[in-house]
Ligand binder design. Structure first.
Ligand SMILES: Nc1ncnc2c1ncn2[C@@H]1O[C@H](COP(=O)(O)OP(=O)(O)OP(=O)(O)O)[C@@H](O)[C@H]1O
Length: 269
């Protein structure tokens, strides 16, 4: 497990606290064919942080989070170098099975993508694939996951009805519930509210505030107010590089780099 010792001053006494890293990215480069999409990325992502990835269109935000669970492997012609460690283990090593990585690291996409099945089966399906057959355990996990995604009260009387009958915001919470059912450690979210109305967006944002107590969350968002509201760390990407990575408060109120300031203040992007 990757640990970083941090010194904090309290009542004039220096105490050592330990920060646990879930991801440690070192000198990561990625190419789509000849296109150099990620350039020398160095990022430490801490356990139980909500880390927002912001930056203009095409700067590499989605590419980066798709690399964290190796979904990028599905794109032909992608090359990488450098390293990404998940809890101290090299995610590209042969010993680290991609199935295990994707069980530890769940993902929620821009558009809600429930399966064409009932609400219940959307969650039960993943459990069955993972070899869980006990009906009682499945029932309990379905309820727990729907509660965890703040959806249970809205759907408890119709869990055997098709998921497509839910609103877009409810479908997105169902996708979050599906992800929670597998008890992930990290949840990656790629613009999870960009297809949703303001009320559904607010619900997902409130949900993220609850989930951060238990999970480490990495969220790509175009919405800077959203990043400021929900995250405690923010990375600003530009042209495939990380320009600045700091506490969200610093990035939004006192950025070190003038390009961050220009982007935050809406001068480009
Ligand atoms: N499958 C692909 N093949 C080739 N180039 C790609 C592919 N996917 C992305 N790119 C390119 O890589 C760069 C980074 O794309 P990426 O989707 O990561 O950006 P982004 O910051 O998430 O953008 P947006 O905010 O518009 O979603 C862009 O120049 C994009 O055109």
């Amino acid at each position: 497990m990757a640990l970083t010792a941090v010194k904090t001053m309290k009542n004039n006494q220096t105490t050592q606290t330990e920060e646990v890293l879930v991801y440690n990215t070192k000198n990561l480069n990625l190419w789509y064919g000849d296109h150099h999409a990620l350039k020398n990325i160095n990022l430490d992502i801490k356990e139980k942080d909500v880390t927002a990835i912001i930056g203009p269109s095409g700067c590499g935000k989605s590419t980066y989070i798709k690399t964290l669970n190796r979904m990028i492997d599905l794109v032909p012609g992608v090359k990488t170098n450098g390293s990404i460690e998940y809890r101290g283990r090299d995610i590209f090593s042969k010993e680290f099975l991609v199935e295990e990585l994707r069980t530890r690291v769940g993902m929620v996409f821009q558009k809600p993508n429930p399966f064409p099945k009932s609400i219940y089966e959307n969650i039960a399906f993943g459990l069955k694939i993972h070899g869980i057959k006990n009906k009682q355990i499945i029932n309990e996990t379905v309820e727990k996951s729907l509660r965890g995604a703040a959806l249970w009260d809205e759907v408890k009387d119709r869990i055997h009805e098709p998921a497509y009958g839910l609103s877009g915001g409810q479908q997105q919470r169902l996708c979050i519930a599906r992800c929670l059912a597998l008890e992930p450690d990290v949840i990656l979210m790629d613009e999870p509210t960009s297809a949703l109305d303001p009320v559904s967006t607010l619900k997902i944002e409130e949900l993220i505030q609850e989930l951060k107590e238990q999970y480490s969350i990495i969220i790509v968002t175009h919405n800077m107010q959203q990043a400021a509201r929900i995250s405690n760390k923010t990375a600003f990407f530009l042209n495939g590089e990380v320009v600045e990575f700091d506490s969200t408060e610093t990035i939004f109120n006192n950025p070190a780099d003038s390009r961050t300031d220009d982007y935050i203040s809406g001068r480009f992007g």
